[in-house]
Design a binder for this molecule. Sequence first.
Ligand code: CUA
Length: 182
Amino acid sequence: MSTLPHQVIEGSERRWAYVVAGVVGFMFAVIIFSSLHLVAQPPSNVETIDATRLHLAGEFVEENLGTEGLPDGSVIVRVIAQQYSFVPACIVVPANAPVVFRVTSPDVVHGFLITDTNVNSMVVPGFIAEVRTRFNKPRDHLMPCHEYCSVGHEGMWAHVRVVDRQEYTKSYGNQQRASCAG
Ligand code: CUA
């Protein structure tokens, strides 16, 4: 068996060490750049709630779920993520209006993600995940659970229907809550 001279081995290892150090340094730079310059940070809302009483009283009782229009044209969407569904399963929101999502879980950790947007949060029981966003144009978005939450995880998804702002006002303007479910 022939062996390489140890200078060759050392040189090769040193090159790999430089490559790895370069990759780690680059990743640090990306993290620092994106958190300072692009303000891409995890949602930092820390608001607690009693996960065992969501259905009994307070903000997340059944009749409060879904889209609530506010007088200024913005909406608040309250959602419960539970094994293995989102309530409501279809969320309707107006385009070009401020949207606040408030999401919580009564059981385990779920994921809240709206495809083709930057909306992405964990939903931890005992906490309210709050995400503020705005949709530019009318279209449907899938909203899958992206945290493994046990056997029914892959069937846990909902969707978000963004409708034209005038159409939204026409259809739901005189209602307190809007929903496209059912
Ligand atoms: Cu809920 Cu995965």
